[in-house]
Design a protein around this ligand. Structure first.
Ligand code: HEC
Length: 99
């Protein structure tokens, strides 16, 4: 019985951690496939731009390369992550993808 409780706690904490780290993981997976050292494009990070700039950048489809292979759900997750950690946020992140 004790073990079952432990396993449930473990599964729950893994789930919670995944949800929290989710944005960063999706960002690294989808954007980092091109934006990395020696990749197709230079590294990008949430801290490169202010939240409003990120929002407008994708709303106005400024990205030079077609990103339609990224699902709407993933794109929304990435955008939230970019804005939560933008240059003007409480926790800017500038080294998630190393330069
Ligand atoms: C298929 C490859 C590819 C993917 C995937 C990709 N990009 Fe890009 N991106 C490029 C290329 C190529 C450029 C233009 C060259 C450059 O700026 O290095 C670019 C340019 C940019 C720029 C403008 C450069 C700058 O520093 O202002 C930003 C911002 C950007 N991408 C963000 C993203 C974000 C965020 C994602 C994930 C949602 C993403 N990109 C996914 C290839 C990609």
């Amino acid at each position: 019985m004790k073990h079952i409780v432990l396993v449930i706690i473990l599964l729950l904490s893994v789930f919670v951690c995944n949800t929290w780290a989710g944005g960063r993981d999706v960002f690294i997976r989808e954007c980092g496939s091109c934006h990395r050292i020696n990749g197709k494009a230079d590294p990008v990070n949430p801290g490169d731009k202010a939240a409003i700039v990120w929002k407008k950048y994708f709303k106005r489809k400024r990205h030079p390369v077609d990103l339609s292979k990224i699902s709407d759900e993933d794109m929304a997750t990435i955008l939230k992550y970019l804005r939560d950690h933008a240059a003007d946020s409480e926790q800017p992140e500038s080294a998630v993808i190393p330069k």
